[in-house]
Design a protein around this ligand. Structure first.
Ligand code: URA
Length: 239
């Protein structure tokens, strides 16, 4: 890999800036000052440093964000702040959210540059489980909970797939329900509750596949996934 590509992937600057930085002697390869930004390095074995800080090479990055309200789940959006903007200090190129949460939905969102994992998690064939905490406008009957579990008509060609619904209390003692679904249709949870004559007033995603929202992350905070979390996600969604 070229040195300038490596440094640019680490978010050091544009190719033009990097050329200048390298000329000024700010990058070293195995403790020797690099001469040219276009020289080739072995990203897996050479020790590359910038301003004395050693940069480790990773092809893929994985972050969990506790998405706050008011932020859109896309890479670029007119005037609205995006989830990718929240992680811009990481300097990771080509980061994108795996799937979408509505602007007013909070909770677990995975951001990565690993297109294969994203594809596997989002593939409709994989039926990856997603769990939501759902705050409702009206009390819900046992019969309607049962209908949610059996599958409801939300106006698409097919009813929703069997789901799991149960009652719970949130940390403040509010009565809520948890809904576990295996699809990712547009506004699915809200439309499912509409189909049984109710209204979602607040929605939080707690999990996606094996990945669980870290309860220590406040809304708007994020962290890198642990090696275990990455392995579990990759291994449970292969092929
Ligand atoms: N279902 C919804 O209705 N909205 C979301 O953001 C996620 C699932």
């Amino acid at each position: 890999m070229r040195l300038d590509k490596f440094l640019s992937e680490k978010g050091i600057g544009t190719r033009k800036q990097i050329k200048e930085y390298v000329k000024n002697g700010r990058a070293t390869i195995n403790c020797v000052v690099a001469k040219n930004s276009d020289q080739h390095i072995d990203e897996n074995n050479d020790e590359i440093a910038f301003d004395g800080n050693i940069l480790t090479y990773k092809e893929f990055y994985y972050f969990m964000l506790n998405k706050p309200q008011g932020v859109v789940s896309s890479t670029r959006e007119g005037r609205s702040k995006t989830v990718v903007d929240l992680l811009k200090d990481e300097g990771v190129k080509d980061l994108f959210p795996v799937g979408r949460l509505d602007k007013d939905t909070v909770g677990l969102l995975l951001l990565t540059n690993d297109g294969v994992l994203a594809h596997n998690l989002l593939s409709p064939k994989k039926h990856v489980e997603k769990e939501y905490e759902v705050y409702l406008e009206h009390d819900i009957t046992d019969e309607d909970m049962h209908r949610l579990e059996e599958g409801v008509d939300i106006g698409d060609d097919e009813k929703t797939l069997p789901a799991k619904a149960f009652r719970a209390e949130d940390k403040e003692g509010h009565q809520i329900i948890h809904l576990i679904i295996h699809e990712g249709r547009f506004h699915q949870v809200k439309r499912m509750l509409n189909a049984v004559g109710n209204e979602v007033v607040f929605l939080r995603r707690l999990s996606m596949g094996s990945l669980k929202l870290d309860g220590d992350l406040a809304e708007g905070e994020y962290r890198a996934l642990t090696e275990d979390e990455i392995d579990c996600l990759i291994n449970s969604n292969k092929n």
